[in-house]
Write a protein that binds this ligand. Structure first.
Ligand code: ADP
Length: 583
């Protein structure tokens, strides 16, 4: 911009100086020619007068030349006959001179019988000359005077050189001034430009330095610029802060969440979502379709439908996660902002909830089934008795025994169910006391002695003389020992062996092992026998009065005491049940 202004100024300057110079040259030339012409006219008239006074030509010329002392050397006097014959010339021998009839000034003077002028190069004296010729009617002659223009031409050339020099000086001055002013004007503007560029590149702290400010408009502009930059910096910082807070909040939400734009490209994933899908995306750098994350077209369809209807929608679907396929409740909440449309999608794992739900309903149907079996049997026998069997004392007694056994089983079942639900609901065990575990083992052995003797199973106990002090709910630990020892006897062969051991592994942990050499448990059932109502051989278990809940109770008590229950077994050889308890 400034360059254009300076170019224009230079052009105006050149034109102004050129016009002034040329006009001056022209005016001076005209003035000089007029002066020379008047000199020449005076000389010509003087010569004419002398001639008219009948003075001889050469004398008249000399007298005339005397008047022009200074210019005598330069003044040329020529007297020409009307036929063009040169009669006299003060610079050249007239004999050597050609006919002058057609010299323009002479021809003109003759033709108008007055005067004529001409500027041209003299062939005779080889110089630029101004010629003036007057017609002398008295003598019928033409008197011609001439002066060289050499001096004038030299003056004009000098004038041209001066004009040129002035032009150069003016231009140099203009360049110097323009450089100086450009510096003054453009430096703050350059600073502004630089600061704006930095601002555009995201360096919001860039400002125009105060030292470049003056009181003019640039100062006001710079001040406004600085205010604008400050405002921008504040706004950006505020936005960044908001973004960071929003990011932190979204990442702090435990549920995996992601945001999609209108084309279902994922624009944001919070930390739990990145973890769930095992993807660390940078949506700023690439576009990730929702399908790539969820591997579920149903998720895409749900998001599309929710955005189309502008209503939150949710559905359950199996998603491919880092932990394999999992059932998730996917909820899409569409949003609209001034600049974009999209949806937030949140994921809630319902696998566990569904599993629990299924376990609960399985349990209910199992309980119903387990209760119905002895009840049906009891009702059947009562019916038979009522229908007459009561009159047969032998049959009646056998039936009443069966009813008694079934009622017992019903009782055990209900009491096991109650124990199980009681333990399940317990968060912290209460009623702790310090007691000797070996003592308790002995008590249990006494309790089960009858059952063992019936099968001639030998019970081997730890050295009961050596006390093993523990701190726990005695009743629960007794339950563990009864359930495991009872199983070891039940599922043992005649004259089998059951060995109970208990030892402290460290300050807080006690390991109890019940070993038998009974039927054993096939490998494939070993993990499942701790499940509720799971039996390897249902009819044998029922026959032996089992409820299918004994091991489940053991496992829950072990977990309640921060431990575990496990089995090692070989079919035909026997089993070892190990319970670890922090007591
Ligand atoms: P139950 O009341 O049927 O004994 P449990 O939960 O105590 O129920 O045991 C589950 C199943 O585990 C039993 O039905 C039985 O098949 C198997 N089992 C438990 N203890 C032993 C053992 N010591 N030897 C062989 N099988 C056993």
């Amino acid at each position: 911009m400034l360059n254009k202004i300076y170019g224009l100024l230079a052009a105006v300057l050149i034109i102004a100086i050129a016009i002034t110079g040329l006009t001056a040259v022209r005016v001076i030339s005209v003035y000089h020619n007029q002066r020379t012409e008047s000199q020449l006219m005076t000389a010509a008239r003087m010569l004419q007068q002398y001639l008219n006074e009948a003075m001889p030509v050469s004398q008249a010329a000399e007298r005339t030349l005397q008047v022009y002392e200074e210019d005598a050397a330069m003044l040329r006097l020529t007297i020409v006959n009307v036929d063009g014959t040169v009669l006299y010339d003060n610079t050249t021998d007239p004999v050597l001179m050609d006919n002058h009839k057609y010299r323009p000034e002479i021809a003109h003077a003759i033709s108008i019988q007055g005067s004529g002028t001409s500027v041209r190069r003299s062939t005779t004296v080889a110089d630029d000359m101004l010629y003036l010729a007057i017609y002398d009617p008295q003598n019928e002659l033409v008197i011609r005077t001439a002066l060289p223009l050499t001096a004038h031409r030299a003056g004009t050339r000098e004038l041209y050189i001066t004009i040129f020099a002035v032009l150069i000086v003016a231009l140099v001055l203009l360049v110097a001034i323009s450089l100086f002013t450009a510096n003054i004007i453009s430096r703050p503007l350059q600073k502004l430009k630089q600061a704006s560029r930095l601002l555009a590149e995201g360096q919001y702290e860039s400002r125009v330095p105060e030292m470049h400010l003056d009181d003019g408009e640039v100062a006001a502009l710079s001040k406004t610029f600085n205010q604008m930059a400050h405002q921008l910096q504040e706004t950006i910082a505020e936005l960044e802060d908001k973004n960071v807070r929003l990011d932190a909040m979204l990442n702090a939400i435990i549920s995996p969440m992601l945001a999609v734009d209108q084309s279902l490209a994922v624009r944001f994933m919070n930390a739990p979502a990145r973890q769930l899908f095992g993807r660390d995306l940078d949506p700023e750098k690439a576009v990730y379709p929702l399908l790539l994350i969820t591997h579920q077209t149903a998720a895409e369809e749900l998001a599309r439908s929710s955005m189309d209807n502008r209503l939150p929608q949710s559905a359950e679907m199996d998603l491919q996660t880092v932990d394999g396929k999992q059932l998730y409740q996917v909820t899409v909440s569409p949003f609209t902002s001034s600049r974009s449309e999209g949806a937030m999608i949140s994921f809630f794992n319902v696998s566990q909830a569904r599993k629990l739900q299924k376990m609960r309903s399985d349990f209910v149907s199992n309980v119903t089934h387990e209760l119905r079996t002895p009840l049906t049997s009891i009702r059947g026998f009562i019916e038979t008795l009522k229908n007459g069997a009561i009159n047969n004392p032998d049959v009646a007694e056998r039936f009443l025994d069966i009813i008694d056994i079934e009622a017992d089983r019903l009782h055990s079942l209900i009491s096991d169910i109650l124990t199980l639900s009681e333990i399940e609901e317990l968060v912290n065990e209460t009623d702790h006391e310090t007691f000797d575990l070996n003592d308790l083992i002995e008590d249990v052995a006494v309790l089960l002695d009858e059952a063992a003797s019936e099968k001639k199973v030998k019970l081997r106990l730890p050295d009961t003389e050596k006390p093993l002090q523990v701190y726990a709910n005695r009743h629960r630990i007794k339950q563990v020992l009864i359930n495991l020892t009872d199983n070891a006897i039940k599922y043992n062969r005649q004259q089998g062996l059951v060995e109970i051991s208990a030892e402290r592994s460290d300050d807080k942990t006690v390991k109890i092992q019940i070993r038998d050499n009974g039927y054993g448990i096939p490998r494939e059932y070993q993990d499942r026998i701790f499940e509720r109502f799971y039996r390897v051989d249902s009819s044998r278990s029922r026959e032996l009065g089992g409820t299918g809940l004994g091991l489940s109770i053991v496992k829950h008590i072990a977990q309640l005491y921060g431990g575990s229950a496990s089995v090692e077994s070989e079919p035909g050889k026997g089993s070892v049940f190990t319970v670890i308890l922090k007591i």
